[in-house]
Design a protein around this ligand. Sequence first.
Ligand code: HH2
Length: 398
Amino acid sequence: MGGRILEIAKLEDAVEALRSIGADERCFSILAPKCIGLTLKVESVRTPACNILKQLMLSLGGDAAVAKEVLTSGCERSDLILIGTVAQIGELVGKLEEYPTEEFGLKEVKRDISEILVRRFDPEAFNLSFNNFSLQLSERTHLMGVVNCTPDSFSDGGLYLDKNRAIERVFELVEEGADIIDIGGESTRPGSDPTPEGEEIRRVIPVIESVASHIEVPVSIDTCKSTVAREALEAGASFVNDVSGLSFDSRMSDVVAEHGAPVVIMHMKGKPKDMQRNPSYSDLMGEIITYLRDRLLHCLSKGIEKVVVDPGIGFGKKLHHNLTILKRLGEFRSLGRPILVGVSRKSFIGQVLDLPVEERFEGTLASIAVAIMNGAHIIRVHDVRPAVRVARMVDSLK
Ligand code: HH2
């Protein structure tokens, strides 16, 4: 005899545990979803629907938390936390079929819950194919190598402003194992002013033209400007990385859509100039997820399907915001899109370790390991070789 806790996060792990005790294989599909606890938050649910959902969850052996006013119908709506196992929440979706789901907004709640269940447990949903590239993001973590063709980036400003140095750097990063090369011509560090469009184009286009057809990985253009993105895509880039989530330039989504390019949409609170002036959130994760969901819906409305989401570490966030995002990164999976994270050399590492930018190497690697463990699919990084090693190691431990 002897009891112990089993750490089970995936259905495959549950099946493995069941197999190890010789359970009947015919029961695996029934038992495995019962092995995994799941807590889901659904926002702004109408009060009658909250009551129905709470009763249903109780009848299934789970529970639901709602605002206390719900019980006395003292409010119109409440956020709801469903507490159960994957099996119970799956059964809840089934039970909702029996209800007149048009009523009380139950139809939307049912749709949201079923989508989350599919996204959480279907890794295939995260793969990305475009042009001649296919990024199997569910198989292993991908590394996006950074080349800043700028005089003033916070960590490598001035190093790759010269075209030939930038080209050399691209080849170096590919050789080190980068899966995507991200080329940028504007620093978005806190307090920075926008770079004039013509200058940004002069910095990046010659580099993209020189490398894109000579490397076997896609080039991404890091810009918020539609003209820069258009020229970059025409020069051979195939991915757009927009830290404004396509919100600074109203023509950006048309350019991305016309080229059928995948896009990274990132969350930023404010603009680089003012984003670090005392940023505050009443619900950090809720606010970022809602913003990314809105931008995702905007992309879909424009016909842009290949969307990667990014919580925007360091963009309008204090130290504790950045740490919380990394600890709770898995919550972004509810958006059903690949997750990209950029932690490389950033100031939150400097704040934790009290170290200047040139000494944040280990802090970067530790943060990358946690980001991967918590669900990141793509890591944006300056030092590619060590990050590849960390990624391979952490991938094998997931
Ligand atoms: N961070 C930076 C720039 N672009 N793009 C995404 N998607 N995510 C990020 O976290 C991100 C990004 C800032 O880093 P860096 O490019 O090194 O600095 P600078 O903006 O000063 O050029």
